[in-house]
Design a binder for this molecule. Structure first.
Ligand SMILES: [Zn+2]
Length: 399
C-alpha cells in the first residue's frame, strides 16, 4: 500500500457511508438508569456518546414525538398532532393503532427520513416504528414489519427475534443503509405501575439486556465497524397524583394530561371563559395564544381550545387507573427521554448537554450522507457528538 492511499484511509476525508440504526424504547425517561444497574447502557456510553437528556416536542405523546424524530419538524409543522385520528365533523375517532393506517394523517407535507433516503438511492427499513404502516407520496418503506394488532410489547424473546431480523436479514443480507426499530417498553410498564415501581426497574433491566443484545448481534454479523447506532425514546413518564388531598381535575370529556376542544358554533368565548381559571393546575389556551415555545398552535388540525395539566395532574374524564403518565409540558424534566449513540462516526466516552429531538433528523441525514428536507433542527446542535466535528469531506455531501 503506498503512503498516499494510507493517508486517504485514515484522514477525515476517508469517509464512507456507514449504516445507521435508530432505536426507540418508548417512554424511557432520561434518568431511568440511575436506580438500576445498566451495564450495557453504561458500556454504550463509554464506547460512544451520552446526552444528559433530550427534549421532545410538545405534545409529549408517542406518534407526534416519533414523527418529529423522523422529520425534524415540530408537531405544529408536521401535522401528526395526536396519537388519535379524529374527524370533528362526524365525531369519528380512531385510536393509536388504527391511526397508523390512515395514510393522509401521516402524509400531509413532511416526508419521514425513510422516504427521503429511498428517493436519494438508499435502502431503508422499519420495524414497528410509529409511521411505518403509512404511504408517503405514493411510496412505502421498502422493507418493513408493521406491528400486529394487540401485540404483546413485553415479550423479550420477540424483542430478540426482531433484533436478529434487523441485523441479520436487513443490514447483513439485504444490505440496508438505514433501519428504525421500535420497542413498546418501558412505556407500558411505566403507565401501569408508575415510574418509581420495581416493575419499571425490571423493564429497564430488560431494555439494558436488549441494548447488549443489539450490540452483540451487530458484532456477530461483522457490522460494528460500519454501523452507527442511536438509541433514544419519544418522551418520559411521571407519577400521577392520587388520593386524599389531591385536588383532581374533573372534566367529563377530556381524559389524560392534555386535551383539545372544538366548541359548538358561537360558543368559543363562553367555553373558554368557563374553563379558564376552573382549576389552579389546569392551563387553558386559545390555540392562537399557546406559548410559542411549545410549537403547538399553527397546524389547522389543532383545535381552537387547548388544555394541559401541570405535571402529575391528569384531567379525569373517565375513571383512570394509570399510575404513570406523559403528555405534559416538554419543559418538565420527567418528560425528557434518554439518548445514546455509538459507532464509527461518534466520539467515544463523551457526555454532552441536552438538545431538542428536532435535531436528531439533521444528524441522521448527515450520517447517511443525504440531503435533508426542510426541518426545524440543525446539525450545529449535534455536530459536537461527531468525530471530525461532523465535517464532510465529500463536496457534494456538505449537509
Ligand atoms: Zn410513547
Amino acid at each position: 500500500m503506498n503512503s498516499d492511499l494510507m493517508l486517504f484511509l485514515v484522514g477525515p476525508c476517508s469517509k464512507v457511508r456507514n449504516k445507521l440504526l435508530l432505536v426507540s424504547f418508548d417512554g424511557f425517561r432520561w434518568d431511568y438508569d440511575r436506580d438500576v444497574d445498566t451495564p450495557n447502557l453504561d458500556k454504550m456510553a463509554e464506547d460512544g456518546v451520552k446526552a444528559a437528556y433530550v427534549t421532545p416536542p410538545y405534545l409529549t405523546i408517542t406518534s407526534p414525538t416519533h414523527f418529529t424524530l423522523l422529520t425534524g419538524r415540530y408537531i405544529e409543522n408536521h401535522g401528526v398532532i395526536h396519537n388519535m385520528w379524529f374527524n370533528t365533523t362526524t365525531q369519528e375517532k380512531k385510536q393509536y393503532y388504527m391511526t397508523q393506517f390512515v395514510d393522509d394523517y401521516w402524509d400531509n407535507g413532511s416526508l419521514p427520513i425513510w422516504i427521503t433516503a429511498q428517493r436519494q438511492g438508499l435502502k431503508t427499513g422499519s420495524l414497528h416504528f410509529p409511521g411505518t404502516a403509512a404511504t408517503y407520496r405514493n411510496k412505502t418503506i421498502q422493507t418493513r414489519q408493521v406491528e400486529p394488532r394487540f401485540y404483546n410489547h413485553t415479550n423479550e424473546t420477540d424483542w430478540r427475534q426482531n433484533v436478529d431480523k434487523v441485523m441479520g436479514d436487513w443490514f447483513k443480507t439485504q444490505d440496508l443503509d438505514f433501519v428504525s426499530l421500535y420497542f413498546g417498553e418501558p412505556d407500558e410498564t411505566g403507565h401501569k405501575y408508575g415510574p418509581d415501581s420495581p416493575e419499571r426497574r425490571d423493564a429497564v433491566r430488560k431494555v439494558d439486556r436488549t441494548v447488549g443484545y443489539i450490540r452483540e448481534t451487530a458484532e456477530t454479523h461483522g457490522l460494528t465497524d460500519h454501523l452507527n447506532i442511536i438509541i433514544t425514546a419519544d418522551h418520559g413518564m411521571t407519577t400521577v397524583f392520587r388520593g386524599d388531598g389531591v385536588n383532581e381535575i374533573i372534566l367529563s370529556k377530556i381524559p389524560g394530561p392534555s386535551g383539545m376542544l372544538l366548541p359548538k358554533e358561537g360558543m368559543l368565548e363562553k367555553v373558554f371563559r368557563t374553563l379558564k381559571g376552573a382549576h389552579p393546575n389546569l392551563h387553558v389556551y386559545k390555540k392562537e395564544d399557546m406559548p410559542a415555545r411549545l410549537h403547538y398552535s399553527k397546524h389547522p388540525r389543532i383545535l381552537p381550545i387547548i388544555l394541559y395539566a401541570d405535571k402529575g395532574y391528569v384531567i379525569n374524564g373517565v375513571i383512570q387507573y394509570n399510575k404513570g403518565e406523559h403528555g405534559f409540558d416538554n419543559n418538565v424534566l420527567d418528560m425528557k427521554p434518554f439518548f445514546r449513540a455509538v459507532g464509527p462516526d461518534f466520539h467515544q466516552n463523551l457526555v454532552v448537554g441536552p438538545f431538542e429531538t428536532v435535531n436528531v433528523y439533521p444528524l441522521m441525514c448527515h450520517l447517511l450522507g443525504i440531503k435533508p428536507e426542510l426541518n426545524d433542527g440543525s446539525l450545529d446542535n449535534t455536530r459536537h457528538l461527531l468525530l471530525y466535528g461532523g465535517e464532510s469531506c465529500d463536496p457534494k455531501g456538505g449537509f
